[in-house]
Design a protein around this ligand. Structure first.
Ligand code: PEP
Ligand code: MG
Length: 325
C-alpha cells in the first residue's frame, strides 16, 4: 500500500472527471518537513507554530522561532506555507507558562484572545515570521478568531511590524497574505464582512465541529456522538465555501475531517477544492480523489443536504456511493 502511495507522488491530484484538487500537508515540527518531498504535497496548508513552544522547556526565543520558520520555508521551496500564529490554551498547554485556572479551557483565554491581550508574545512571533520570509511570500492565519474586530486587531499588529522592519532597514517579505482560521461558529454569521477583509481562510473543522455540537473533541464519550457528515454540519461547511466563492477568497479545510477519505469525498462534493491533511493520510486521500467522479458525487450529495428528512448522518449513503464508484 505504501509503495502504491509512493508511486502516486508525482501524479497531479485531479479527480477522475478532471477537477484539480489542491492537497496540502499539516505540519508543525522539523520532523514533518521530509513529508513534503515524500508526498509531493502542493504545500503546507497548516503549520501549527505552537508545537515548537509545547516541546520546549521555556519560551523559544525570537531567533529560535525565526530559525524554525526559515527551515520550513526552505523545505517547502516554491510551495506555499500557511503559518498559524500561536494557538495555546484549551487542549494546548505550555508546561512553563503559569497555568490559569479556568472552568472551561476550550472556551477560555486561548489562541488569538491571549495573543491580543499579551501582544508582546504575538508581536515577537510575527516579527520572527516576517523576517524568516524575507524576499519570499508569507501566509499567516490567526486561530480561534470569533469576531471580525479580532482579525482587524491582529492584522494591525502585522502592519505595525512591517513598518518597524521597514524603518530599521530590514528586508521584507515579497508579499504578505493574512487570513483566519474559521473554527468558531459565530464567524459563520459574519462571513460577508470577514471575506471582504481577509486574503484567505482555513476551516478548522476539529474546533468548528466541537463548537457546533457543543461536544468536547477530546472526550470520547461525546466526541463521536455527533457526525460531521450530518446534513446540518455539511450545510454549515457548504455555507462557508459558497460565500468564499462569492468573494473570490481561497478557503482550505485543514481539520482532521479532510484526512479521512469518505469525509474528504463529502467535502469535495460540497465544493472544497483545497484540503490540508496529516502526512499519514496524504496517500489514502489522494488515491480516493484520483478515483472520484466529482460531478456525480456532487449530484448525489446536494439533494441529501435538504432540510426534509433530516438524518443524523449521511455516512451510510456516502459509503454506499463510494462503494459503487
Ligand atoms: C482545527 O481546529 O480543526 C485545527 C485544524 O486546528 P487544531 O486541531 O490545531 O485546533
Ligand atoms: Mg483549532
Amino acid at each position: 500500500r505504501l509503495e502504491r502511495y509512493a508511486a502516486l507522488r508525482d501524479v497531479p491530484t485531479v479527480t477522475k472527471d478532471g477537477i484539480p484538487i489542491e492537497l496540502h500537508l499539516n505540519a508543525g515540527l522539523l520532523v514533518d518537513l521530509p513529508h513534503i518531498e515524500e508526498t509531493g504535497a502542493t504545500g503546507i496548508g497548516l503549520f501549527r507554530t505552537e508545537l515548537q513552544f509545547m516541546i520546549a522547556s521555556a519560551f523559544p526565543r525570537t531567533n529560535e522561532q525565526l530559525k524554525l520558520y526559515r527551515s520550513v520555508l526552505d523545505a517547502a521551496g516554491e510551495r506555499p506555507v500557511v503559518f498559524r500564529t500561536l494557538d495555546i490554551g484549551g487542549d494546548k498547554v505550555l508546561p512553563y507558562m503559569r497555568a490559569i485556572e479556568e472552568e472551561n479551557p476550550a472556551l477560555g483565554w486561548r489562541a488569538i484572545r491571549l495573543g491580543l491581550d499579551r501582544p508582546g508574545l504575538l508581536r515577537s512571533q510575527i516579527r520572527a515570521l516576517l523576517r524568516a520570509a524575507t524576499g519570499r511570500e508569507l501566509r499567516l492565519i490567526f486561530p480561534m478568531v470569533s469576531a471580525v474586530d479580532e482579525f482587524d486587531r491582529a492584522h494591525h499588529i502585522v502592519e505595525r511590524e512591517l513598518t518597524h522592519l521597514r524603518r530599521h532597514g530590514h528586508g521584507l517579505p515579497e508579499r504578505v497574505l493574512v487570513g483566519v482560521m474559521l473554527e468558531v461558529p459565530a464567524l459563520l454569521f459574519q462571513l460577508d464582512l470577514l471575506f471582504s477583509r481577509v486574503d484567505f481562510a482555513s476551516v478548522g473543522s476539529n474546533d468548528l465541529v466541537q463548537f457546533l455540537y457543543a461536544a468536547d473533541r477530546g472526550n470520547p464519550r461525546v466526541a463521536d456522538r455527533f457526525d460531521a457528515l450530518a446534513p446540518a454540519a455539511l450545510r454549515a461547511l457548504k455555507m462557508i465555501i459558497d460565500k468564499a466563492a462569492e468573494y473570490g477568497k481561497p478557503v482550505t479545510l485543514c481539520g482532521e475531517l479532510a484526512s479521512r477519505p469518505l469525509e474528504a469525498l463529502a467535502l469535495a462534493a460540497i465544493g472544497y477544492r483545497k484540503l490540508s491533511v496529516s502526512p499519514a493520510s496524504y496517500g489514502p486521500v489522494k488515491a480516493m480523489l484520483l478515483e472520484l467522479d466529482l460531478a456525480a458525487a456532487s449530484a448525489f450529495v446536494e439533494p441529501l443536504l435538504g432540510l426534509r428528512g433530516e438524518v443524523a448522518s449521511l455516512r451510510p449513503q456516502l459509503a454506499a456511493f463510494a462503494e459503487k464508484a
